[in-house]
Write a protein that binds this ligand. Sequence first.
Ligand code: COA
Length: 462
Amino acid sequence: MTDRRLNALFDPRNVAIIGASRDGEKIGHAVMRNFVENRFFGQIYPVNPNADTIMGYESYGSVLDIEDDVDLAVVSVPPAVANDVIRECVEKDVNAVIVITSGYQEIGGDGVERSDELDAILADGDTRLLGPNCLGVWDAYSGVDTLFLPSYKLKRPPQGQIAIITQSGAFGSTVMDMLAEMGVGVSRFISYGNQADITDIELLEWLRDDEETDAVAVYMEGVSDGEQFIENAKRITEEMPVIMLKAGKHDAGKQAISSHTGSLAGSYQVYQGVFRQTGVMEAAHMEALFDYARALAYNPPLDGKRIAVVTNGGGFGVLTADALENQGLQLAEFSDETKDALADVVPSYGTVGNPLDLIGDADADRYERALEALKDDDGIDGIIVIPLLQPLPLDSEVVDTLVNFQEEYGKPVVTCMTGSQFTTLHMNNLEKNGVAAYSSPARAASAMHALYRYGQWVHRDD
Ligand code: COA
């Protein structure tokens, strides 16, 4: 069972910002600004012994001076004083503390001593700690945002179903910016740094029980505790897909890790074994991480290999057929009933087949009727739809068609669209409505394969 104190990271009643700075250029100021300007409805307590007020809020000399119980504290003071203020948080029994400060085990020497001291401080109470050396949390629902990166430089994504857990703040935050641009919704973002206390697996457990999250994308350098991970990860992946990008697979990357978060990268072969054993889906690179996460967050698992492909661009149908075969998937054989229904949809100058070419003059209505004809065919396990928007007859209505169809179909649907601005706008609209949109047949087929692999995992017999 997850520690209820972890709830304070995501939806705190109030927040103390320790090191809230008067200086607009400083990290503690940026964090304070986020809370003040966001839709955060809890009380905000800046803590800074050198200031009377910060952004118009009364400043406290210490967290101990706050009369109220404190739910969440964010620490952005220099390493020389960080443990002192954390000790005060433990004394006050603050539920959770996010420590942005760097200078712990990742720097070796003094940093290791500081980390040991931190362990001893935490052992004295029940306060839970995220970090140190992290960006902390962004929560799409509560308005918690400890990312010190201003929103004019780093867009925040819309509310959505994918959670991100990252050991690298830089990786996680820049991909948030990228996802925001793509219209991809995120539920919670957690940068956990050195994981001195709260571990990757605890965060995954919390997210499994989170109603807003349907899949988790993880960037990991080193697991906190191998045995704990193996023991628990399986129970998580059975209920929620976990997709992982493992960093530090080779010697050069491993060395870089020790000075980044101080983790042990471990043998990549061992990790691969752990992933197989626990149902964690490995993504080979950053694009794949979110290609899989989107498909898995929006769709049920794929229960078989038989895929229907529907397009208004013949060449894209052919490329998708090839891409599916590359992934070990296959084109579905349509039933006679389906073929008869499709004969009324495809114009006389086209043919009924799979891939189903609706011809370059297809409009949204033709897509709708074609999808309707495929809907009840038991020989189809999932559909890839490729509505190319360049021809005149196909307009924005096709987005509604696809969104509505996915809602009622109950089996996986992914889409592929290739093009520039006009196309990207529609891809964004699909994503905002929870329909995965990929820019190439190969990516769409590989996302379908991720759904297949997840289906194999959840329906396995052991
Ligand atoms: N309690 C509360 N506030 C205190 C304090 C205390 N005991 N002692 C000092 N402060 C105040 C300072 O007065 C200052 O406010 P002011 O600017 O209004 O005077 C504020 O805390 C910040 O202290 P400062 O000394 O200016 O530190 P800084 O902002 O330059 O650096 C960190 C602090 C945490 C940002 C820095 O040490 C650090 O670790 N940076 C790296 C962060 C990072 O990259 N993390 C990982 C991300 S992935």
